[in-house]
Design a protein around this ligand. Structure first.
Ligand SMILES: C[S@@+](CC[C@H](N)C(=O)[O-])C[C@H]1O[C@@H](n2cnc3c(N)ncnc32)[C@H](O)[C@@H]1O
Length: 594
């Protein structure tokens, strides 16, 4: 491209704007002018910025100079004529416009030959399984695999997909920067709230959609542009308009579970008696509310938005913590909480919750392996877990993420194993109730085995304590090998992948056929499939052995999630290949001989 050519891309906003595009702006002259000025400013700047960048590229590189003076062209090192390849290099002098031509000699190297590596299907590495994520039940394709391979049946593969990701999710990054700066100025200079900006309806995305989507988040994922109209730190300034929840307030949530809003369990009196010291002179613990008007009259929309977003997720957050998050006096947080949660209601809910009875049936997990149980969603109904509770109806335990109280009689009560002496570990064999039920010990339920602090040997997966393995070529493509001796019973790893609904899985079978490899594990009797073709960890390389396998795979219930755990079924020597018996269903009835 000629660096002096005028840029043809100068999309000034015309005065007679297309109604579909920007009509809401007519309702707000300020927003319209800020947006328009920044738009013009950006494209004026971008044209000059691009020219300068292109000029920069046309300068000879320091490497080209090296070649001209390098030993490769001196007579001493001049190789024999047949071995040498010559290149013509043109040097363009920016100041004089003179072009000088050089001949550069390249001396060939003799490289040692090596055999091609075994066929390799790469995948994204991950430490946690993730849902394959259909959008509203429709699959959206992010790329066409094997697009350059004429033997891949891509038409059949594409049939399952509604559309391509890039058709709907693409947004011009330049436009995003202009919109962000417009939003920043509207907010800080013209006192628009973020909701006002969203309500203008002029940007493709709201300022903040979820914790990892929305205009601010998308911008924060890119390197900032040196556009002078946008000050350094602009994104950080906008981000500070949002709260960040401290880790102790965020509960660990299961990726496959929906977020279910919890109920308040602490009355205002219980909060006052929580045993912590007052946080400041404004602390609610130091105030007498008896004769106070319980209203925060100077609160604006942003203050309520901040308060509500925390209290919805964590209703028992102390006013002292809320005060830090919402940047308001602590006692005002207490007042607002009194307005949202009535003590009488909390007391009534708790009395019902505590009074529920132990069910008379046997839980499903007493007779079924976790892999055959289709877990119900965590319950979040009002009142105690009685016959109407979905967990009760499915004869399942309430999970950690259920919203009933910890005293609910449907909850798992943990094992009774306990450590003997300082160095002893617990829960090593099937005398442990959790092991017997193919559960890992639960730090909340199993108090005596010290699952919380790691002395319990039945917590390896939740702690990520796995054997060291390495990957190299094996008889059947790549394989996983023990890096050190592995003891029988040791947890080798967790099988990680994408969780598909089998109903939306047909396209993966086409891929498996093409690559002659299948990385899928059936879960819950075939309703769900965990597949590591595109995403996984080293366990995806364990090959099959019918008669000499040294590892087994078992679905375990770990803090409310079903996870596939690989365990050594005998002692394994360092450098031995790790193998599994995939089962005859995998090979459609004809497993290989070994
Ligand atoms: C989960 S992958 C194992 C890793 C695979 N070798 C690789 O290089 O990515 C399973 C695939 O490996 C191959 N494989 C594993 N064990 C085998 C065996 N005993 N005989 C033949 N092929 C095997 C098959 O192609 C199978 O679909």
């Amino acid at each position: 491209m000629d660096s002096d050519t005028e840029s043809t891309f100068s999309p000034d906003i015309p005065d007679d704007l297309d109604d579909d595009f920007i009509s809401p702006l007519h309702h707000d002259e300020t927003a319209y002018h800020v947006y328009k000025d920044l738009w013009n400013n950006f494209y004026d700047w971008e044209r000059d910025h691009s020219k300068a960048k292109l000029k920069d590229l046309s300068k000879p590189s320091s490497r080209a100079k090296d070649l001209r003076t390098s030993s490769a062209v001196t007579s001493e090192y001049f190789p024999t004529h047949e071995d040498v390849e010559y290149f013509e290099v043109e040097d363009y002098d920016l100041k004089t416009g003179l072009v000088t031509r050089y001949t550069v000699a390249a001396e060939p190297f003799l490289l040692e030959r090596w055999d091609p590596y075994a066929r390799y299907n790469s995948c994204t590495s991950a430490s946690k399984s993730v849902p394959a994520n259909p959008v509203n039940g429709h699959l959206r394709l992010s790329f066409i695999p094997y697009a350059d391979d004429e033997n891949f049946d891509y038409e059949n593969y594409l049939e399952d997909f509604e559309d391509f990701k890039w058709q709907n999710d693409f947004i011009d990054p330049d436009l995003e920067v202009i919109q962000l700066e417009t939003a920043r100025r509207l907010h800080y200079t013209h006192n628009f709230t973020f909701s006002d900006i969203d309500n203008l309806g002029i940007f493709k995305f709201p300022m903040r959609e979820t914790s990892n989507s929305g205009l601010i988040w998308y911008n924060a994922q890119r390197d900032p542009l040196p556009w002078p109209a946008m000050p350094p730190g602009a994104i950080r300034q906008l981000q500070s308009g949002f709260i960040k929840l401290p880790a102790h307030i965020l509960r660990s949530t299961w990726s496959a579970n929906p977020v279910i809003l919890p109920k308040a369990t602490q009355t205002s009196q219980e909060m006052k008696e929580d045993g912590n010291d007052p946080c400041s002179n404004d602390c609610y613990k130091l105030k007498n509310f008896d004769n106070m008007i319980l209203a925060n009259e100077d609160w604006d929309e942003n203050d309520y938005e901040c308060f509500n977003s925390v209290i919805q997720l964590a209703p028992d957050t102390l006013p002292c913590d809320l005060a830090v998050i919402c940047k308001k006096p602590c006692y005002e947080m207490f007042i607002q909480r009194l307005n949202v949660f009535q003590d009488e209601e909390i007391i009534m809910e708790k009395s019902q919750d505590d009074g529920n009875k132990k069910p008379e049936f046997e839980f499903l997990e007493e007779n079924e392996k976790p892999m055959n149980i289709e877990l119900v969603q965590p319950c979040y109904h009002a009142g105690p877990c009685n016959r109407l509770c979905p967990c009760y109806k499915a004869k399942q335990r309430c999970q950690r993420s259920c919203r009933c109280s910890k005293k609910c009689k449907l909850r798992y009560t943990g094992c009774k194993c306990h450590k003997k002496g300082k160095k002893s570990t617990t829960c090593g064999d099937y005398s442990c109730r959790c092991r017997k039920l193919l559960r890992e010990c639960d730090p909340e339920a199993c108090r005596k085995c010290d699952a919380r602090h790691g002395r319990c040997s039945n917590t390896d997966v939740q702690r990520g304590k796995f054997s060291n393995v390495y990957i190299k070529g094996s008889e059947h493509g790549l394989g996983a090998f023990a890096a050190k001796d592995i003891k029988q019973g040791e947890c080798v790893g967790e099988y990680i992948g994408e969780l598909h609904l089998s109903l939306l899985y047909d396209h993966m079978a086409i891929l498996q056929k093409h690559i002659h490899s299948n990385y899928a594990f059936d879960l819950v009797g075939g309703i769900t499939v965990l597949d590591s073709a595109y995403l996984g960890n080293e366990t995806r390389y364990l090959n099959h052995s019918s008669n000499h396998s040294n590892c087994s795979a078992e679905v375990m219930l770990i803090n409310g999630e079903q996870r596939i755990v690989l365990t050594a079924i005998r002692n394994i020597k360092a450098d031995e290949e790790l193998t599994l018996n995939y089962g005859s269903a995998y090979w459609e009835g004809k497993p290989p001989e070994d």
